[in-house]
Design a binder for this molecule. Structure first.
Ligand code: ADP
Ligand code: MG
Length: 235
């Protein structure tokens, strides 16, 4: 499953805020059907990376390819239609909708009721008829992930999916995320502070530091990399 064309190729990506290079010549690729953790200290450029890849920020250099297609200049909506979806760090789920109305809105494709029910159940979400106003923050995060998965993306980027979850919800989410590539054909990039979650879910890792890639590859190689140990682990 890790052979063949990468689902995402990032080549020399540079994003600036004025004189500050928040991303400086960032290059790595995500194999199709894989789960990659994106880690690094605060300010390393993780959110900038997600915003640039998903089309919410302009890039100042380099190329981003989704399954070989150059995404330059495409809007977030166009990228989503091509199969690149993301969730946000902040809670964006509107409380007035039902769970079912929300996932239909987010998925932006015709969905069968059985399809919706299956995915909601898989993620341990309330049923489609439930009102989001009655759903706690942690569970709303699960609904957000379920909604993104229902759009059947080729690549789903999750920005801190465990934020706001209890320890038990956190373990349950980790178990489900591990199954996503086989179950729904979705590759994942997971941005996460919690190294335990990253270790248990992500076979591949990329470490950002001051806008550059310190290391990218299989988890054991990356976590054993002397540059990573020094810069990221603070040892
Ligand atoms: P991370 O998500 O890894 O914590 P960010 O991508 O949020 O890092 O930030 C990377 C760098 O870019 C930081 O130095 C941050 O201060 C800067 N930065 C992020 N967003 C903006 C912005 N909108 N305007 C100016 N500087 C920004
Ligand atoms: Mg961030």
């Amino acid at each position: 499953i890790l052979t063949g064309e990468p689902v995402l190729t990032v080549d020399g990506l540079t994003v600036q805020f004025g004189a500050l290079k928040a991303l400086d010549d960032v290059s790595f690729s995500v194999p199709a059907g894989s789960i990659m953790g994106l880690i690094g200290p605060n300010g390393a450029g993780k959110s900038t990376f997600v915003d640039a890849i998903s089309g919410f920020l302009p890039q100042h250099g380099g190329r981003v390819l989704l399954g070989g297609q150059d995404l330059a200049g495409l809007s977030p909506t166009r990228r989503a239609r091509l199969g690149l979806r993301r969730t946000f760090q902040q809670d964006r789920v509107p409380p007035l909708l039902t769970v079912g109305a929300y996932v239909r809105f987010v998925a932006r494709r015709r969905l069968g009721g059985a399809d919706i029910a299956e995915t909601l159940a898989f993620f341990g979400c309330p049923p489609a008829r439930a009102r989001l106003s009655g759903v706690d923050v942690g569970t709303r995060r699960l609904v957000e992930v379920a909604a993104a998965v229902l759009s059947r993306p080729r690549l789903l980027i999750l920005d801190e999916p465990a934020a706001g979850l209890s320890h038990d919800e956190h373990l349950a989410l980790a178990a489900r995320l591990r199954e996503l590539p086989d179950r729904y054909g979705t590759a994942l990039i997971i941005i996460e502070h919690d190294l335990d979650l990253v270790r248990s879910v992500c076979p591949m890792l990329t470490v950002l530091n001051f806008g550059t890639v310190l290391a990218s590859g299989p988890q054991d190689e990356v976590l054993g990399d002397p540059d990573v140990v020094r810069a990221y682990m603070g040892e």
